[in-house]
Design a protein around this ligand. Structure first.
Ligand code: ITT
Length: 205
């Protein structure tokens, strides 16, 4: 089965490729280099659907898109859908996480709860193009908290300031201190992908 992955984020492509290789080696994931639609939704699901619909209609293939971000409890779920642009209009990961740390500077350790969310949309065009495409949305959540300072150089985005819950031996590594394999075994993106499994199973061969 071939599916197109509608993202321009090279880190997402790499993580997705590793997750697919580990769990669904039968699936051939191809990149998307068509036009990028305006992501003006206010929810992860809306934005994931916007991206997947654009790729499905451009390629005629089943399309997957991830919309994701970090949601901080004490900020009422922000940055959320604005994670990529939190510090302005450029996708500047350093500035984004510096701003987040600054916003939490008065918040003590036990109150820095947060989670990463990955929402994946799957849009399957109808076989003859006559009927409506079928659309599905799944979500994966990775609970943790925001570190007091950045640490580690793996991963991307907010990984250096995100400490996932439930680490072995009470360790407090950030997601950027995990190996790629460790991150991909437990991340929000891996959890969303696991929820996709039955839907991918149902794709026509
Ligand atoms: P596409 O829309 O092309 O897929 P994007 O980076 O613009 O790429 P989003 O709009 O979904 O994607 O923004 C997601 C942002 O959330 C991303 O830029 C990071 O700042 C953050 N984020 C998402 N997943 C993350 C992860 O696994 N680790 C660290 N930060 C992550």
């Amino acid at each position: 089965r071939r599916v197109v992955l509608a993202t321009h984020n090279a880190h997402k492509v790499a993580e997705f490729a590793a997750i697919v290789a580990a769990t669904r080696p039968d699936l051939e994931v191809v990149g998307y280099d068509g036009p990028e639609p305006v992501e003006d939704g206010t929810t992860f699901a809306a934005n994931a659907l916007i991206k997947a619909r654009a790729a499905a209609s451009h390629t005629g293939l089943p399309a997957l898109a991830d919309d994701s971000g970090i949601c901080v409890d004490v900020l009422g779920g922000s940055p959320g859908v604005f994670s990529a642009y939190w510090a302005g209009h450029r996708k500047d990961a350093e500035a984004n996480l510096a701003l987040l740390l600054d916003q939490l500077s008065d918040i003590a350790d036990p109150y820095r709860g947060a989670c990463f969310v990955s929402t994946i949309a799957l849009v399957v065009p109808s076989a003859d193009g006559d009927e409506e495409a079928s659309e599905h949305v799944v979500e994966g959540v990775w609970p943790g908290r925001v570190a007091l300072a950045p640490s580690g150089d793996g991963g991307f985005g907010y990984d250096p300031v995100f400490v996932p819950d439930g680490q072995e031996g009470g360790a407090e590594r950030t997601a950027a201190e995990l190996s790629a394999a460790e991150k991909n075994a437990q991340s929000h993106r891996a959890r969303a992908f696991a929820a996709l499994a039955p839907l991918l199973e149902a794709l026509p061969r």
